[in-house]
Ligand binder design. Structure first.
Ligand code: HBI
Ligand code: FE
Length: 288
């Protein structure tokens, strides 16, 4: 892969890409070679799954909890074909196997066609608690269950289309922040209190409680422009989470053409990740 083609993360650290990009197709997809997973990998997957499943009840949003235990994840690393049979029927989405992080334009094109790229490799034992890049556990556990929700599924496709358009407008950085603070680290208000829908939180053992209950981070009512102006860190717990009312809000607020919005924020300083503005609606931490 050439440097100009490498995916950009707009956060704090940069490092080499992991994964085997040698034999992939032009759209960066690969076959899932299921025989490559050894018993220690399967065992590690099952332990990751069991640990996370103890944490998510009462903390993850209902749309996630409804689906996560119906996908056969307890048995071991999922087979793409089996998940796809159910996912296609539910929302017309499918998962495609990829070597790892993708260049933005490739990633957006998949999303715009209702294909979610899932990394094929599993983290190693020494990364059990924490990994910066997406692996097969983060992608299947964190992202895939919400693709079964029709409204969230439509938001993801709209995001992909917006991404394709943003590239020509030099606005990728703003869209990356939107993805980060919604799809990866979003919180949602429910009648039962704050819940998690962000995949980066749902697939992390320690961030699940941090996101909801730590007194340290700010929990701020979602505002599109505010989100697009807020920097983020990729290698620490988040200092700010944005809270949506429901997936419908996400879809509605991101439906309009962003072109004038990009033009407006292009001339404005971004906010550091830990900023609180006087007008920010703040949510209190949830008792654990
Ligand atoms: N590639 N496989 C993969 N998974 C991601 O989440 C991902 C990516 N490439 C780019 C990317 N995310 C970010 O730049 C988002 O902001 C779009
Ligand atoms: Fe992710």
């Amino acid at each position: 892969m050439t440097t100009s083609d490498a995916p950009v993360t707009y956060g704090a650290s940069t490092h080499g890409l992991r994964g085997d990009y040698a034999g992939m197709r032009p759209d960066y997809t690969v076959e899932q070679d299921y025989s490559k997973y050894r018993e220690p990998d399967q065992d590690r997957w099952r332990r990751l799954y069991a640990r996370q499943m103890r944490l998510v009840p009462g903390r993850a949003c209902p749309e996630f909890l409804r689906v996560v235990d119906t996908l056969g994840y307890e048995a071991g690393i999922p087979r793409f074909g089996e998940v796809n049979e159910r996912l296609r029927r539910a929302t017309g989405w499918e998962v495609v196997a990829v070597p790892g992080l993708l260049p933005e334009h490739v990633f957006f094109t998949h999303l715009a066609h209702r294909r979610f790229p899932v990394t094929v490799w599993l983290r190693e034992e020494h990364e059990f608690d924490y990994i910066v890049e997406p692996d097969v556990f983060h992608d299947f556990f964190g992202h895939v269950p919400l693709l079964f929700d029709p409204v969230f599924a439509d938001y993801m496709q709209a995001y992909g289309r917006g991404g394709q358009k943003a590239e020509g407008l030099h606005a990728l950085e703003y869209l990356a922040r939107l993805y980060w603070y919604t799809v990866e680290f979003g919180l949602v208000r429910t009648d039962g209190g704050l819940r998690i829908y962000g995949a980066g939180i749902l697939s992390s053992p320690s961030e699940v409680t941090h996101a909801l209950s730590s007194p340290l981070p700010h929990r701020i009512g979602f505002d599109l422009k505010r989100v697009m102006r807020t920097r983020y860190k990729i290698d620490t717990f988040q200092q700010t989470y944005f809270v949506i009312e429901d997936f419908g809000q996400l879809f509605r607020e991101t439906a309009p053409d962003f072109t004038p919005l990009y033009a407006e924020i292009a001339g404005q300083e971004p906010y550091p990740a830990d900023t609180v503005l006087p007008q920010d609606p703040l949510y209190l931490p949830v008792e654990d």
